[in-house]
Design a protein around this ligand. Sequence first.
Ligand code: ARG
Length: 563
Amino acid sequence: MTSALPTAIHHDEPAGRPITMFGPDFPFAYDDFLAHPAGLGSLPAERHGTEVAVIGGGLSGIVTAYELMKLGLRPVVYEIAEIGGRLRTVNFPGCPDDVVAEMGAMRFPPSSTALFHYIDKVGLETTPFPNPLAEGTPSTVVDLKGESHYARTADELPAVFGKVAAAWDSTLSEQAAFTEMQKAIRDRDVKTIKRLWNELVPKLDNQTFYGFLCDSPAFASFRDREIFGQVGFGTGGWDTDFPNSILEILRVVYTGADDEHRSIVGGSRQLPLRLWEHAPEDIAFWPAGTSLSSLHGGSPNPGVARLHRTAPNNITVTDTEGRIRTYPAAVFTAQSWMLLSKIACDEALFPIDHWTAIERTHYMESSKVFVPVDRPFWLDKDPATGRDTMSMTLTDRMPRGTYLLGDDPDAPAVICLSYTWADDSLKWLPLSVSERVEVMLQSLKEIYPGVDVRRHIIGDPVTVSWEAEPHFMGAFKANLPGHYRYQHRLFTHFKQDRLQERHRGLFLAGDDVSWTAGWAEGAVQTALNAVWGVLHHFGGETDPANPGPGDVYDEIAPVELPD
Ligand code: ARG
């Protein structure tokens, strides 16, 4: 398996089932549920054609709408901007259409098996994403404290990097039962997953990623912790996550979420776009050929301005053009912070503890800058050293990560000059796109003194700071210490039998209520929870041969911490 650093743990791929994003919090086999010929369930005939509002046209909203349609309901999608959400693929003005930049999601682990169900369904191809030191990555430069190290594989790096990787491996095995947990995830051994995780959650919910490292004898050295923060695991440096709960990091490493990433050929936004047009074969009630697009006359409804409850137990949606419509159920899939400011909400939408959880949810900032270039010139060999002209770059300078995208010698290519999180993203926030590019090119000049990147640029740069995007307010959720209870409330909200009747009928979905925010798999898994919730709310049932997430909830429920 790939990893930023050579690690014993990551290197041996045992036979048997692969690692998937199965648990650890809620080990439900969403992939098997989706693949089962019995489908996701069925509704009483009198419910067929019932309208359900789906708020947000990102991946979670589109998956929710697609599956509700297959059940014979009529999803009504509201989207304030464009279908796709953070699957946002853009063109460069004036460049050919196939030169694209992924402003949001750009790399997908194969362990996201529910996500890949939909990628395969709509016939999208994937190719390896060039993460640092990954198998398909020609070369990597690690540039720290003004010193650059060139490597094709991890073992070409100086010994200290191997030492740091080994420290991480032993910390994970000794403090977080890593080997046992990965075996249990492969084996889908729910009992073992629960035993291990239910013991770790109360112990580690209060602990930061950094505190966890400090408590490990293997990370006694400050310099080792610093290097680890800069070079990290999987995709690279994660020191901007040091203040977050270590539980968030463990979820990522246990489930292979940062390993063997793939990109979607032509751009990730095609996934929600193709699902929008897709006419499923096994569809209840609707005539063959029905798609989300055909049900909506081509495009979704505008955004939502107001959400409130109306008697007896309905959800009323006012759109940004002033149209009002009342639904017996609704699924909210946008970032939940939208409910605090951008959308006028009736407090009766949720119990007060759920409001607290929405308010306290923590999002990471994230920015990127891309430029289009004439060709993948980085693959030219330096005649003096035989090395690539430029490499995938991890640095402690402002850009943090530079990715070289494209390998067709006769076609334009793209450089992601910088991809950053949290404080590193905030440092770019007040800078214009051209100021950002200037600083980034200056850093690259220091790292690659002989290379004139500017000469290859063939069009205007594109940039994003997700924290400044009005319909997102952040890139992805990341729990801070002590946030487990909030996360628990939001994730489990789809299981509404325990709520008072007046609080039922509105469901939350989306990456930010998932346990693994920042991965599209969480958007898909929570969409499937909401679909189950709506099915159940309307008196529908799953096939006994293919129980859904709410049917088996009690056996696999996330551990509850006392107040
Ligand atoms: N999955 C995304 C990526 O590969 C970002 C997720 C990072 N999450 C975090 N907590 N830092 O870049």
